[in-house]
Design a protein around this ligand. Structure first.
Ligand code: FCB
Length: 478
């Protein structure tokens, strides 16, 4: 069917489809020194000169810690059926070990009450990158003990909220934690040690496995446990043997390093080979792979843009175009023979190419790779340079088009047999975009950083209509 004819057909989703939005603790909460919370690696990193745009930090962020009631009321107005948020580990367990601080857990208890009261399903992410600083001081993710500490923390939160929260995600995008945190250093804790980044990846996998077992022992069996991966859609610049080999290398480092052990109980042989000059993988101990391959109830996919690669040309250390921030250190251990390219097409404010076919392809890949496993799109969205007009309205037609295109791609995958149960827009509201500080606005709701006032953008109103009717409103009505 030609595109034009397709656009005229109403795009309707299954009745039980979840229409959600996502955030994470450090990006929105603020209140970093309240109620016993201690610094996480992101507090330390953002307060280190030169690490974030303009030296911006999450100290106040969008003050969600104090404004959560109003924020939940706004979600209800927007007709959201689900809300994905993360728990700040150092609010709950300030030293990263030992008994919980109840007052820290109470914040999340109140938030969950508020959501349930409005008929919004909470989806909890246990770890969205904010390791308690004490655990980093003890070695961080390259240390095996951190995985055990995570399992203890998962048990605490599972016991506190497992009776009322059905949807659980252990880790958000472990690729970023391991490789942006410990190899390229553009994320906290800012280390640039390729061997440590692969150890971190393994211990994150182990944390997921041990954490999943802990959650299962702490909560009713009806709950769903998942992990959110930013699985890359890696495409070759050409069909030459060398470019296809580059795809394999990056696909292993982006995807196989996680879904290999999670879904298939082994790291890909080709990954072990391509990284052999960096590490011998002797940190993978007997029994680890069994501990990691826990049955999953669902898989979370986060998607923004595809990755285009080729074999490296003469200057492998030349400018990088892999979209993961400026660093002279690569986030891809052992992949110096790969070059990254800008995918052609329209780009968002992050410089990321808009390409909904990537989301469709990603869903279909996991439909084949993990047959029968329900999928959720746990993040998808775009940053644009949004500004209020003279009447205070924020018009963001580019974001409406982005959401429309990507939701259509999801619907097409469902029609082709994929079991996608929900979509979480990134993000509910503008927030602290990590190393980019407050410069990049991903929200469907605009935040005025001087007053912290929230104003739904036109994309939020468009999305609300989709959420309330289960059908995508045509683009013309916005
Ligand atoms: C993802 C992160 C999320 C946000 C978006 C833009 O990688 O999980 O916190 O930064 O990118």
């Amino acid at each position: 069917m030609p595109e034009s004819a397709q656009s005229a057909t109403p795009v309707t989703f299954p009745p039980a489809f979840l229409w959600g939005a996502a955030t994470s603790a450090y990006q929105i909460e603020g209140a970093v020194r309240e109620d016993g919370r201690t610094p996480s690696i992101w507090d330390t990193f953002s307060h280190t000169p030169g690490k974030t745009a303009g030296g911006e930090t999450g100290d106040i962020a969008v003050d969600h810690y104090h404004r959560y009631r109003d924020d939940v009321a706004l979600m209800a107005e927007l007709g959201l059926s689900a809300y994905r948020f993360s728990i700040s580990w150092s609010r709950v367990q300030p030293t990263g070990r030992g008994p919980a601080v109840q007052v820290g857990l109470d914040f999340y208890r109140r938030l969950v009450d508020e959501l349930l009261d409005k008929g919004i399903k909470p989806a909890i992410t246990l770890y969205h990158w904010d390791l308690p600083q004490e655990l980093e001081d003890a070695g961080g993710w390259p240390e095996r003990d951190t995985a055990h500490r995570f399992a203890e923390y998962a048990q605490i939160v599972g016991e506190a909220l497992g009776d009322r929260v059905e949807h659980w995600i252990t880790l958000n995008e472990p690729w970023c934690s391991a490789f942006l945190g410990y190899a390229s250093g553009v994320h906290a804790p800012g280390r640039t040690d390729p061997a440590a980044s692969l150890r971190a990846a393994h211990h994150l996998n182990l944390a997921h496995g041990l954490g999943t077992s802990a959650l299962r022992s702490a909560m009713p069996a009806r709950n769903s446990i998942a992990i959110s991966l930013n699985s890359s859609v890696v495409r070759p610049l050409s069909q030459t043997e060398a470019d296809l080999a580059a795809v394999r290398t990056i696909d292993d480092l982006a995807n196989g390093v996680f879904h290999g052990p999670l879904l298939h109980g082994a790291y890909p042989e080709t990954l072990l080979a391509s990284t052999s000059s960096v590490t011998d993988w002797s940190f993978v101990l007997d029994g680890d792979l069994r501990a990691i391959q826990q049955p999953l109830d669902a898989l979370g996919l986060n998607y923004y843009t595809p990755t285009l690669v080729s074999a490296a040309d003469a200057d492998p250390k030349g400018p990088r175009a892999d979209g993961h921030g400026a660093s002279s250190h690569s986030p891809w251990p052992g992949a110096d023979d790969v070059a990254f390219h800008q995918t052609p097409g329209e780009r968002t404010e992050m410089g990321w190419t808009v390409d909904p076919t990537g989301l469709h392809d990603l869903i279909m890949r996991y439909t084949k790779e993990a047959p029968g496993l329900p999928l959720y799109i746990t993040e998808n969205g775009a940053a644009y340079d949004d500004k209020p007009d003279a009447d205070g309205r924020v018009n963001d037609p580019e974001r409406v088009a982005y959401l429309h295109g990507h939701l259509r791609a999801v619907r097409r995958a469902i029609a082709e047999g994929a079991d996608v149960r929900g979509y979480f827009l990134w993000s509910l509201m503008d927030n602290f975009e990590w190393a980019y500080g407050y410069q990049k606005r991903f929200g469907a709701v605009y935040v005025d950083y001087a007053t912290l006032a929230r104003t739904p953008k036109s994309s939020a109103l468009w999305y609300a209509q989709a959420a309330k009717t289960g059908t995508l409103p045509p683009l013309e009505t916005t």
